[in-house]
Design a binder for this molecule. Structure first.
Ligand code: NAD
Length: 509
Protein backbone atom coordinates (compact mmCIF):
# COMPACT_ATOMS: atom_id res chain seq x y z
CA UNK A 1 0.00 0.00 0.00
CA UNK A 2 1.32 3.49 -0.81
CA UNK A 3 0.51 6.19 1.74
CA UNK A 4 -0.48 9.50 0.10
CA UNK A 5 0.57 13.08 1.08
CA UNK A 6 1.56 12.30 4.63
CA UNK A 7 2.67 15.77 5.92
CA UNK A 8 0.82 19.04 6.50
CA UNK A 9 2.20 21.96 4.44
CA UNK A 10 1.60 24.20 7.48
CA UNK A 11 4.22 22.69 9.76
CA UNK A 12 5.18 19.26 8.48
CA UNK A 13 2.90 17.54 11.04
CA UNK A 14 1.98 13.93 10.24
CA UNK A 15 -1.57 13.55 8.86
CA UNK A 16 -4.08 10.69 9.05
CA UNK A 17 -2.84 7.95 6.75
CA UNK A 18 -4.64 7.34 3.47
CA UNK A 19 -3.56 4.56 1.15
CA UNK A 20 -3.67 4.51 -2.60
CA UNK A 21 -6.28 2.17 -4.10
CA UNK A 22 -4.51 -0.95 -5.44
CA UNK A 23 -4.46 -0.65 -9.24
CA UNK A 24 -5.95 -4.12 -9.56
CA UNK A 25 -9.13 -2.88 -7.80
CA UNK A 26 -9.89 -0.05 -10.24
CA UNK A 27 -11.61 -2.21 -12.87
CA UNK A 28 -13.92 -3.66 -10.18
CA UNK A 29 -14.83 -0.18 -8.87
CA UNK A 30 -15.73 0.85 -12.43
CA UNK A 31 -17.70 -2.38 -12.98
CA UNK A 32 -19.68 -1.79 -9.75
CA UNK A 33 -20.50 1.74 -10.90
CA UNK A 34 -21.64 0.40 -14.26
CA UNK A 35 -23.85 -2.20 -12.60
CA UNK A 36 -25.52 0.41 -10.38
CA UNK A 37 -26.12 2.98 -13.14
CA UNK A 38 -29.18 1.66 -15.05
CA UNK A 39 -31.40 1.53 -11.95
CA UNK A 40 -30.29 5.03 -10.96
CA UNK A 41 -31.07 6.32 -14.47
CA UNK A 42 -34.47 4.60 -14.36
CA UNK A 43 -35.40 6.41 -11.13
CA UNK A 44 -36.10 9.62 -13.02
CA UNK A 45 -34.64 13.06 -12.48
CA UNK A 46 -37.12 14.21 -9.79
CA UNK A 47 -36.26 11.27 -7.51
CA UNK A 48 -32.55 11.74 -8.16
CA UNK A 49 -32.82 15.42 -7.24
CA UNK A 50 -34.65 14.56 -4.02
CA UNK A 51 -31.85 12.16 -3.08
CA UNK A 52 -29.07 14.64 -3.80
CA UNK A 53 -30.70 17.39 -1.73
CA UNK A 54 -30.09 15.16 1.29
CA UNK A 55 -26.41 15.12 0.38
CA UNK A 56 -26.40 18.93 0.36
CA UNK A 57 -27.41 18.99 4.01
CA UNK A 58 -24.59 16.63 4.89
CA UNK A 59 -22.14 18.96 3.17
CA UNK A 60 -23.45 21.97 5.11
CA UNK A 61 -23.52 20.11 8.42
CA UNK A 62 -19.85 19.21 7.96
CA UNK A 63 -18.71 22.75 7.08
CA UNK A 64 -16.38 23.05 10.06
CA UNK A 65 -14.83 19.66 9.52
CA UNK A 66 -14.23 20.49 5.85
CA UNK A 67 -12.56 23.78 6.81
CA UNK A 68 -10.27 22.01 9.28
CA UNK A 69 -9.38 19.16 6.90
CA UNK A 70 -8.53 21.51 4.04
CA UNK A 71 -6.50 23.72 6.37
CA UNK A 72 -4.38 20.85 7.61
CA UNK A 73 -4.08 19.06 4.31
CA UNK A 74 -3.41 21.87 1.81
CA UNK A 75 -2.94 24.91 4.07
CA UNK A 76 -6.13 26.73 3.02
CA UNK A 77 -7.39 29.21 5.65
CA UNK A 78 -10.46 27.64 7.31
CA UNK A 79 -12.77 30.59 6.67
CA UNK A 80 -11.73 30.68 3.01
CA UNK A 81 -12.46 26.95 2.73
CA UNK A 82 -16.01 27.47 3.99
CA UNK A 83 -16.58 30.54 1.80
CA UNK A 84 -15.02 29.22 -1.38
CA UNK A 85 -15.80 25.51 -1.14
CA UNK A 86 -18.74 24.74 1.14
CA UNK A 87 -21.24 27.51 0.40
CA UNK A 88 -20.77 27.59 -3.40
CA UNK A 89 -21.11 23.80 -3.41
CA UNK A 90 -24.47 24.10 -1.64
CA UNK A 91 -25.46 26.48 -4.47
CA UNK A 92 -24.41 23.79 -6.96
CA UNK A 93 -26.84 21.30 -5.35
CA UNK A 94 -29.65 23.88 -5.23
CA UNK A 95 -29.24 25.04 -8.82
CA UNK A 96 -29.03 21.61 -10.41
CA UNK A 97 -31.60 19.86 -8.22
CA UNK A 98 -34.10 22.62 -8.94
CA UNK A 99 -33.56 22.76 -12.69
CA UNK A 100 -32.58 19.24 -13.78
CA UNK A 101 -36.09 17.99 -14.52
CA UNK A 102 -36.78 20.82 -16.93
CA UNK A 103 -33.31 20.61 -18.48
CA UNK A 104 -33.78 16.92 -19.25
CA UNK A 105 -37.24 17.35 -20.79
CA UNK A 106 -37.20 16.10 -24.38
CA UNK A 107 -37.48 18.90 -26.95
CA UNK A 108 -39.71 18.63 -30.00
CA UNK A 109 -38.10 19.18 -33.40
CA UNK A 110 -40.01 21.14 -36.01
CA UNK A 111 -40.30 19.28 -39.32
CA UNK A 112 -41.76 20.65 -42.54
CA UNK A 113 -45.16 18.97 -42.90
CA UNK A 114 -45.10 18.97 -46.72
CA UNK A 115 -41.65 17.41 -47.04
CA UNK A 116 -42.08 15.06 -44.09
CA UNK A 117 -45.79 14.33 -43.74
CA UNK A 118 -46.92 12.41 -40.66
CA UNK A 119 -43.57 12.61 -38.93
CA UNK A 120 -42.63 14.07 -35.57
CA UNK A 121 -39.30 14.03 -33.79
CA UNK A 122 -37.91 14.78 -30.37
CA UNK A 123 -34.46 15.00 -28.80
CA UNK A 124 -33.84 13.53 -25.38
CA UNK A 125 -30.67 13.60 -23.28
CA UNK A 126 -29.43 10.18 -22.21
CA UNK A 127 -26.79 9.65 -19.52
CA UNK A 128 -23.31 8.77 -20.80
CA UNK A 129 -23.01 5.87 -18.34
CA UNK A 130 -19.92 5.86 -16.10
CA UNK A 131 -18.11 9.18 -15.70
CA UNK A 132 -14.53 9.32 -14.42
CA UNK A 133 -13.97 12.53 -12.46
CA UNK A 134 -10.23 13.27 -12.04
CA UNK A 135 -9.51 16.35 -9.98
CA UNK A 136 -6.68 18.58 -8.66
CA UNK A 137 -5.99 19.59 -5.06
CA UNK A 138 -6.50 23.35 -5.11
CA UNK A 139 -10.30 23.33 -4.57
CA UNK A 140 -10.64 19.69 -3.52
CA UNK A 141 -14.31 19.91 -2.48
CA UNK A 142 -15.85 22.51 -4.80
CA UNK A 143 -14.27 21.29 -8.05
CA UNK A 144 -15.35 17.64 -7.85
CA UNK A 145 -18.87 18.56 -6.69
CA UNK A 146 -19.49 20.93 -9.58
CA UNK A 147 -19.13 17.90 -11.87
CA UNK A 148 -20.35 15.04 -9.66
CA UNK A 149 -23.70 16.69 -8.82
CA UNK A 150 -24.94 17.44 -12.36
CA UNK A 151 -23.43 14.22 -13.74
CA UNK A 152 -25.32 12.13 -11.15
CA UNK A 153 -28.52 14.11 -11.70
CA UNK A 154 -28.24 13.39 -15.42
CA UNK A 155 -28.39 9.67 -14.54
CA UNK A 156 -24.71 8.73 -14.61
CA UNK A 157 -22.56 6.70 -12.23
CA UNK A 158 -19.28 8.26 -11.04
CA UNK A 159 -15.79 7.07 -10.34
CA UNK A 160 -14.01 9.88 -8.56
CA UNK A 161 -10.25 10.21 -8.27
CA UNK A 162 -9.13 13.07 -6.07
CA UNK A 163 -5.57 14.39 -6.20
CA UNK A 164 -2.89 12.45 -4.36
CA UNK A 165 -2.14 15.76 -2.59
CA UNK A 166 -5.66 16.07 -1.11
CA UNK A 167 -6.81 12.46 -0.46
CA UNK A 168 -8.50 13.34 2.87
CA UNK A 169 -10.64 16.01 1.24
CA UNK A 170 -11.44 13.48 -1.49
CA UNK A 171 -12.52 10.93 1.11
CA UNK A 172 -14.78 13.53 2.74
CA UNK A 173 -16.45 14.28 -0.60
CA UNK A 174 -17.16 10.59 -1.22
CA UNK A 175 -18.52 10.21 2.32
CA UNK A 176 -21.19 12.89 1.75
CA UNK A 177 -22.86 10.36 -0.58
CA UNK A 178 -22.36 7.23 1.56
CA UNK A 179 -25.60 5.34 2.22
CA UNK A 180 -27.62 7.98 0.39
CA UNK A 181 -26.73 6.72 -3.07
CA UNK A 182 -27.21 3.10 -4.18
CA UNK A 183 -24.16 0.96 -3.45
CA UNK A 184 -21.38 1.26 -6.03
CA UNK A 185 -22.91 4.21 -7.87
CA UNK A 186 -20.14 6.53 -6.72
CA UNK A 187 -16.76 4.83 -6.57
CA UNK A 188 -13.62 6.34 -5.06
CA UNK A 189 -10.13 5.72 -6.41
CA UNK A 190 -7.28 7.16 -4.36
CA UNK A 191 -3.87 7.62 -5.93
CA UNK A 192 -1.66 9.63 -8.22
CA UNK A 193 -1.10 9.90 -11.96
CA UNK A 194 -0.80 6.13 -12.42
CA UNK A 195 -4.23 5.56 -10.88
CA UNK A 196 -5.65 8.38 -13.05
CA UNK A 197 -4.13 6.83 -16.17
CA UNK A 198 -5.51 3.40 -15.27
CA UNK A 199 -8.97 4.90 -14.76
CA UNK A 200 -8.86 6.53 -18.22
CA UNK A 201 -8.00 3.13 -19.73
CA UNK A 202 -10.80 1.36 -17.87
CA UNK A 203 -14.41 0.86 -18.94
CA UNK A 204 -15.60 4.47 -18.41
CA UNK A 205 -17.68 6.43 -20.94
CA UNK A 206 -16.42 9.96 -20.28
CA UNK A 207 -13.49 11.52 -18.43
CA UNK A 208 -13.97 14.91 -16.80
CA UNK A 209 -10.51 16.16 -15.95
CA UNK A 210 -9.31 19.30 -14.17
CA UNK A 211 -5.58 19.78 -13.71
CA UNK A 212 -2.36 20.70 -15.45
CA UNK A 213 -1.77 20.93 -19.19
CA UNK A 214 0.83 18.17 -18.95
CA UNK A 215 -1.59 15.64 -17.43
CA UNK A 216 -4.50 16.93 -19.52
CA UNK A 217 -2.63 16.04 -22.71
CA UNK A 218 -2.09 12.49 -21.45
CA UNK A 219 -5.78 12.17 -20.60
CA UNK A 220 -6.74 13.42 -24.08
CA UNK A 221 -4.44 10.82 -25.67
CA UNK A 222 -5.83 8.00 -23.54
CA UNK A 223 -9.42 8.98 -24.35
CA UNK A 224 -8.61 9.31 -28.06
CA UNK A 225 -7.28 5.73 -28.00
CA UNK A 226 -10.59 4.50 -26.55
CA UNK A 227 -12.69 6.91 -28.65
CA UNK A 228 -14.46 8.28 -25.62
CA UNK A 229 -15.02 11.98 -24.97
CA UNK A 230 -13.15 13.96 -22.34
CA UNK A 231 -13.63 17.38 -20.87
CA UNK A 232 -10.42 19.24 -20.00
CA UNK A 233 -10.23 22.25 -17.66
CA UNK A 234 -6.54 23.15 -17.49
CA UNK A 235 -4.25 25.98 -16.49
CA UNK A 236 -4.53 29.74 -16.66
CA UNK A 237 -2.49 32.94 -16.61
CA UNK A 238 -5.21 35.48 -16.01
CA UNK A 239 -4.67 39.14 -16.79
CA UNK A 240 -6.30 42.11 -15.06
CA UNK A 241 -6.44 45.33 -17.08
CA UNK A 242 -6.71 48.48 -14.97
CA UNK A 243 -7.87 51.37 -17.14
CA UNK A 244 -7.17 55.05 -16.47
CA UNK A 245 -10.73 55.65 -15.21
CA UNK A 246 -10.82 52.74 -12.72
CA UNK A 247 -12.19 53.08 -9.20
CA UNK A 248 -8.69 52.78 -7.75
CA UNK A 249 -9.57 51.60 -4.27
CA UNK A 250 -11.87 48.85 -5.59
CA UNK A 251 -9.40 47.85 -8.31
CA UNK A 252 -6.49 47.63 -5.87
CA UNK A 253 -8.43 45.57 -3.33
CA UNK A 254 -10.00 43.36 -6.00
CA UNK A 255 -6.71 42.71 -7.76
CA UNK A 256 -4.93 41.79 -4.53
CA UNK A 257 -7.73 39.38 -3.59
CA UNK A 258 -7.76 37.93 -7.13
CA UNK A 259 -4.03 37.28 -6.92
CA UNK A 260 -3.60 36.15 -3.32
CA UNK A 261 -6.69 34.14 -2.39
CA UNK A 262 -5.94 30.44 -1.94
CA UNK A 263 -2.29 31.64 -1.90
CA UNK A 264 -2.62 32.25 -5.64
CA UNK A 265 -3.19 28.52 -6.25
CA UNK A 266 -6.16 29.17 -8.43
CA UNK A 267 -6.43 28.43 -12.15
CA UNK A 268 -8.07 31.87 -12.44
CA UNK A 269 -5.71 33.78 -10.14
CA UNK A 270 -4.60 37.18 -11.41
CA UNK A 271 -1.05 36.46 -12.54
CA UNK A 272 -0.50 39.57 -14.70
CA UNK A 273 -1.65 43.16 -14.20
CA UNK A 274 -1.51 45.74 -17.00
CA UNK A 275 -2.17 49.21 -15.62
CA UNK A 276 -2.54 52.47 -17.54
CA UNK A 277 0.46 54.75 -17.04
CA UNK A 278 -1.79 57.67 -15.97
CA UNK A 279 -2.78 55.92 -12.74
CA UNK A 280 0.02 53.38 -12.43
CA UNK A 281 1.89 55.01 -9.51
CA UNK A 282 -1.16 55.53 -7.36
CA UNK A 283 -2.56 52.05 -8.12
CA UNK A 284 0.75 50.28 -7.49
CA UNK A 285 1.28 52.15 -4.22
CA UNK A 286 -2.16 51.06 -2.96
CA UNK A 287 -1.72 47.44 -4.10
CA UNK A 288 1.63 47.32 -2.31
CA UNK A 289 0.13 48.71 0.92
CA UNK A 290 -2.75 46.22 0.87
CA UNK A 291 -0.44 43.30 0.12
CA UNK A 292 1.88 44.25 2.98
CA UNK A 293 -1.11 44.29 5.33
CA UNK A 294 -2.03 40.64 4.58
CA UNK A 295 -1.43 38.24 7.46
CA UNK A 296 0.48 35.16 6.44
CA UNK A 297 -1.44 32.11 7.66
CA UNK A 298 -4.76 33.88 8.30
CA UNK A 299 -5.19 35.61 4.92
CA UNK A 300 -2.69 33.79 2.76
CA UNK A 301 -1.86 30.16 3.57
CA UNK A 302 1.24 28.24 2.54
CA UNK A 303 1.65 26.58 -0.83
CA UNK A 304 0.34 23.04 -0.82
CA UNK A 305 3.62 21.37 -1.75
CA UNK A 306 7.34 21.99 -1.67
CA UNK A 307 7.51 21.59 -5.47
CA UNK A 308 4.92 24.33 -5.87
CA UNK A 309 6.87 26.64 -3.59
CA UNK A 310 10.03 26.03 -5.64
CA UNK A 311 8.23 26.99 -8.87
CA UNK A 312 7.07 30.25 -7.26
CA UNK A 313 10.60 30.97 -6.07
CA UNK A 314 12.10 30.37 -9.50
CA UNK A 315 9.53 32.60 -11.25
CA UNK A 316 10.24 35.47 -8.83
CA UNK A 317 14.01 35.03 -9.30
CA UNK A 318 13.62 35.07 -13.08
CA UNK A 319 11.61 38.31 -12.96
CA UNK A 320 14.10 39.88 -10.56
CA UNK A 321 16.96 39.26 -12.98
CA UNK A 322 15.47 41.61 -15.61
CA UNK A 323 16.37 45.31 -15.86
CA UNK A 324 13.82 47.68 -14.40
CA UNK A 325 12.06 45.06 -12.29
CA UNK A 326 11.60 45.69 -8.59
CA UNK A 327 10.16 43.73 -5.66
CA UNK A 328 7.69 46.09 -3.97
CA UNK A 329 6.42 43.67 -1.31
CA UNK A 330 7.48 40.22 -0.08
CA UNK A 331 9.68 38.26 -2.47
CA UNK A 332 10.91 35.37 -0.30
CA UNK A 333 9.91 31.94 0.90
CA UNK A 334 8.99 31.57 4.59
CA UNK A 335 11.17 29.62 7.00
CA UNK A 336 8.47 27.23 8.23
CA UNK A 337 6.26 25.04 6.03
CA UNK A 338 5.88 25.77 2.34
CA UNK A 339 4.82 29.40 2.70
CA UNK A 340 5.81 32.27 0.42
CA UNK A 341 5.40 35.95 1.30
CA UNK A 342 2.60 37.76 -0.52
CA UNK A 343 4.62 39.46 -3.23
CA UNK A 344 4.23 42.41 -5.59
CA UNK A 345 6.75 42.81 -8.42
CA UNK A 346 6.99 45.71 -10.85
CA UNK A 347 7.99 44.24 -14.23
CA UNK A 348 8.95 45.86 -17.52
CA UNK A 349 8.79 42.85 -19.84
CA UNK A 350 6.56 39.81 -20.41
CA UNK A 351 9.56 37.77 -21.47
CA UNK A 352 9.91 35.85 -18.19
CA UNK A 353 8.49 32.68 -16.69
CA UNK A 354 6.63 34.90 -14.20
CA UNK A 355 4.65 36.51 -17.03
CA UNK A 356 4.35 33.47 -19.35
CA UNK A 357 3.96 30.30 -17.27
CA UNK A 358 1.47 29.43 -14.56
CA UNK A 359 3.02 30.53 -11.23
CA UNK A 360 0.26 29.29 -8.89
CA UNK A 361 1.51 31.34 -5.95
CA UNK A 362 0.89 34.61 -4.06
CA UNK A 363 2.78 36.78 -6.54
CA UNK A 364 1.39 39.80 -8.36
CA UNK A 365 3.43 41.20 -11.25
CA UNK A 366 2.43 44.70 -12.40
CA UNK A 367 3.38 46.13 -15.77
CA UNK A 368 2.69 49.74 -16.81
CA UNK A 369 1.18 50.15 -20.29
CA UNK A 370 0.53 53.14 -22.56
CA UNK A 371 -3.25 52.50 -22.63
CA UNK A 372 -6.11 50.19 -23.51
CA UNK A 373 -4.73 48.87 -26.81
CA UNK A 374 -1.35 47.83 -25.43
CA UNK A 375 -3.07 46.21 -22.43
CA UNK A 376 -5.35 44.11 -24.66
CA UNK A 377 -2.45 43.09 -26.92
CA UNK A 378 -0.32 41.91 -24.00
CA UNK A 379 -3.21 40.24 -22.18
CA UNK A 380 -4.04 38.22 -25.31
CA UNK A 381 -0.45 37.16 -25.90
CA UNK A 382 -0.71 34.02 -23.77
CA UNK A 383 -0.98 30.30 -24.45
CA UNK A 384 -3.79 30.24 -21.85
CA UNK A 385 -7.18 31.96 -21.89
CA UNK A 386 -9.29 31.18 -18.83
CA UNK A 387 -10.61 34.41 -17.28
CA UNK A 388 -9.64 38.09 -17.47
CA UNK A 389 -10.86 41.26 -15.82
CA UNK A 390 -11.20 44.91 -16.82
CA UNK A 391 -11.37 47.62 -14.17
CA UNK A 392 -13.13 50.84 -15.20
CA UNK A 393 -15.96 53.11 -14.05
CA UNK A 394 -17.28 53.20 -17.63
CA UNK A 395 -19.20 49.89 -17.92
CA UNK A 396 -19.70 50.18 -21.70
CA UNK A 397 -16.00 50.72 -22.17
CA UNK A 398 -15.35 47.73 -19.91
CA UNK A 399 -17.62 45.56 -22.06
CA UNK A 400 -15.99 46.80 -25.27
CA UNK A 401 -12.51 46.00 -23.98
CA UNK A 402 -13.75 42.69 -22.55
CA UNK A 403 -15.06 41.62 -25.96
CA UNK A 404 -11.53 41.90 -27.38
CA UNK A 405 -10.08 39.53 -24.79
CA UNK A 406 -9.22 35.93 -25.53
CA UNK A 407 -10.80 34.52 -22.37
CA UNK A 408 -13.70 32.19 -21.57
CA UNK A 409 -14.90 34.43 -18.75
CA UNK A 410 -14.55 38.22 -18.59
CA UNK A 411 -15.47 40.18 -15.49
CA UNK A 412 -15.75 43.95 -15.34
CA UNK A 413 -14.67 45.31 -11.92
CA UNK A 414 -14.35 41.87 -10.36
CA UNK A 415 -12.33 38.73 -10.86
CA UNK A 416 -12.73 34.93 -11.02
CA UNK A 417 -15.54 34.52 -8.49
CA UNK A 418 -17.93 33.38 -11.25
CA UNK A 419 -16.40 29.91 -10.96
CA UNK A 420 -18.69 29.65 -7.93
CA UNK A 421 -21.83 30.41 -9.97
CA UNK A 422 -23.44 27.18 -11.18
CA UNK A 423 -25.46 29.27 -13.69
CA UNK A 424 -22.39 30.63 -15.50
CA UNK A 425 -20.26 28.64 -17.96
CA UNK A 426 -16.59 28.23 -17.05
CA UNK A 427 -14.34 27.52 -20.01
CA UNK A 428 -11.28 28.78 -21.80
CA UNK A 429 -9.18 29.25 -24.90
CA UNK A 430 -5.95 27.57 -26.02
CA UNK A 431 -4.09 25.45 -23.49
CA UNK A 432 -6.76 26.14 -20.87
CA UNK A 433 -8.56 23.26 -22.59
CA UNK A 434 -12.01 22.71 -24.01
CA UNK A 435 -14.09 21.70 -21.01
CA UNK A 436 -17.24 23.57 -20.07
CA UNK A 437 -18.15 23.41 -16.40
CA UNK A 438 -21.29 24.88 -14.81
CA UNK A 439 -24.41 26.18 -16.59
CA UNK A 440 -26.82 24.10 -18.71
CA UNK A 441 -24.06 23.92 -21.36
CA UNK A 442 -22.18 21.47 -19.14
CA UNK A 443 -24.96 18.92 -19.72
CA UNK A 444 -23.63 18.38 -23.24
CA UNK A 445 -20.70 16.54 -21.66
CA UNK A 446 -22.73 14.49 -19.16
CA UNK A 447 -25.38 13.38 -21.65
CA UNK A 448 -25.59 12.14 -25.19
CA UNK A 449 -28.46 13.25 -27.41
CA UNK A 450 -30.94 10.70 -28.69
CA UNK A 451 -33.23 11.67 -31.53
CA UNK A 452 -36.46 9.69 -31.84
CA UNK A 453 -38.67 10.04 -34.91
CA UNK A 454 -42.19 8.65 -35.07
CA UNK A 455 -43.73 8.23 -38.53
CA UNK A 456 -47.53 8.06 -38.58
CA UNK A 457 -47.83 8.02 -42.41
CA UNK A 458 -50.03 5.30 -43.84
CA UNK A 459 -48.57 5.40 -47.38
CA UNK A 460 -46.90 2.28 -48.77
CA UNK A 461 -43.69 4.13 -49.44
CA UNK A 462 -41.82 7.43 -49.22
CA UNK A 463 -41.10 9.56 -52.23
CA UNK A 464 -37.35 8.87 -51.94
CA UNK A 465 -37.60 5.08 -51.56
CA UNK A 466 -37.09 2.63 -54.45
CA UNK A 467 -37.61 2.48 -57.38
CA UNK A 468 -35.12 5.14 -58.52
CA UNK A 469 -36.90 6.12 -61.72
CA UNK A 470 -36.50 8.98 -64.26
CA UNK A 471 -39.59 10.61 -62.67
CA UNK A 472 -37.89 10.68 -59.27
CA UNK A 473 -34.77 12.21 -60.82
CA UNK A 474 -36.95 14.86 -62.50
CA UNK A 475 -38.60 15.67 -59.16
CA UNK A 476 -35.20 16.13 -57.47
CA UNK A 477 -33.98 18.41 -60.28
CA UNK A 478 -37.16 20.48 -60.22
CA UNK A 479 -36.89 20.97 -56.46
CA UNK A 480 -33.28 22.15 -56.82
CA UNK A 481 -34.28 24.71 -59.47
CA UNK A 482 -37.26 26.00 -57.49
CA UNK A 483 -35.27 26.42 -54.28
CA UNK A 484 -32.26 28.20 -55.80
CA UNK A 485 -32.50 31.98 -55.65
CA UNK A 486 -30.31 32.29 -58.74
CA UNK A 487 -32.73 30.38 -61.01
CA UNK A 488 -34.37 32.92 -63.41
CA UNK A 489 -38.08 33.35 -62.81
CA UNK A 490 -39.04 31.72 -66.17
CA UNK A 491 -36.94 28.64 -65.43
CA UNK A 492 -38.43 28.45 -62.00
CA UNK A 493 -41.98 28.44 -63.44
CA UNK A 494 -40.90 25.72 -65.87
CA UNK A 495 -39.55 23.73 -62.93
CA UNK A 496 -42.92 23.96 -61.14
CA UNK A 497 -44.67 22.44 -64.21
CA UNK A 498 -41.98 19.77 -64.49
CA UNK A 499 -42.41 18.95 -60.83
CA UNK A 500 -46.19 18.52 -61.11
CA UNK A 501 -45.92 16.28 -64.16
CA UNK A 502 -43.11 14.19 -62.59
CA UNK A 503 -45.17 13.78 -59.44
CA UNK A 504 -48.14 12.45 -61.37
CA UNK A 505 -45.87 9.88 -63.06
CA UNK A 506 -44.27 8.96 -59.78
CA UNK A 507 -47.65 8.29 -58.16
CA UNK A 508 -48.37 5.69 -60.81
CA UNK A 509 -45.08 3.84 -60.37
P1 NAD B 1 -2.12 17.62 -12.07
O1 NAD B 1 -2.29 17.59 -13.53
O2 NAD B 1 -0.79 17.31 -11.51
O3 NAD B 1 -3.14 16.60 -11.36
C1 NAD B 1 -4.53 16.68 -11.56
C2 NAD B 1 -5.13 15.29 -11.41
O4 NAD B 1 -4.73 14.49 -12.51
C3 NAD B 1 -4.66 14.55 -10.16
O5 NAD B 1 -5.74 13.84 -9.64
C4 NAD B 1 -3.59 13.62 -10.70
O6 NAD B 1 -3.37 12.49 -9.91
C5 NAD B 1 -4.18 13.26 -12.03
N1 NAD B 1 -3.25 12.77 -13.06
C6 NAD B 1 -1.93 13.05 -13.20
N2 NAD B 1 -1.45 12.42 -14.30
C7 NAD B 1 -2.50 11.76 -14.87
C8 NAD B 1 -2.64 10.93 -16.03
N3 NAD B 1 -1.61 10.64 -16.83
N4 NAD B 1 -3.86 10.44 -16.31
C9 NAD B 1 -4.93 10.73 -15.52
N5 NAD B 1 -4.84 11.48 -14.41
C10 NAD B 1 -3.64 11.99 -14.09
O7 NAD B 1 -2.64 19.05 -11.59
P2 NAD B 1 -2.61 19.66 -10.12
O8 NAD B 1 -1.23 20.11 -9.80
O9 NAD B 1 -3.30 18.75 -9.19
O10 NAD B 1 -3.57 20.93 -10.29
C11 NAD B 1 -3.14 22.18 -10.65
C12 NAD B 1 -3.52 22.49 -12.08
O11 NAD B 1 -4.93 22.42 -12.23
C13 NAD B 1 -3.16 23.91 -12.47
O12 NAD B 1 -2.59 23.91 -13.75
C14 NAD B 1 -4.48 24.63 -12.46
O13 NAD B 1 -4.54 25.76 -13.30
C15 NAD B 1 -5.40 23.55 -12.93
N6 NAD B 1 -6.79 23.87 -12.56
C16 NAD B 1 -7.65 24.24 -13.56
C17 NAD B 1 -8.95 24.59 -13.24
C18 NAD B 1 -9.93 25.03 -14.32
O14 NAD B 1 -11.12 25.11 -14.02
N7 NAD B 1 -9.48 25.33 -15.54
C19 NAD B 1 -9.38 24.54 -11.91
C20 NAD B 1 -8.46 24.17 -10.93
C21 NAD B 1 -7.17 23.82 -11.27
Amino acid sequence: MTALATKSPLDGKKLEEIDATPEADIAKIVADARAAQPAWAALGSAARAETLLRVKDRLLDRAEKIGKTLHEEIGKPEGEAMLAEVLPSADVFDFWCKSIEEMLEPTEVELDALSYPGKSGSISREPRGVVAVIMPWNFPVALPLRTIVPALLAGNAIVFKPSEISPRAGKLVAEFFDEVLPKGLLGLVQGGGDAGAKLCESDVDLVVFTGSVRSGRKVAHACAERLIPCSLELGGKDAAIVLDDANLERAARGVVWGAMSNAGQNCAAIERVYVDKKIADEFTKRVTEITKSLRVGDDVGPLATEAQRDIVKSHVEDAKSKDGSKILAGGSALEEGYGFEPTVVRVTTDDTSLMRDETFGPVLPIRVVSGEDEAVKLANDSKYGLTASVWTKDFDRGRRVGEKLRAGVVTINNHAFTGALPQAPWSGYGETGYGITNSPLALDAFTRPRFVLVDRSRGARELWWYPYSPALKAIALAFAKIRSKTTPIGARLGAVFALVSAFVKRMRE
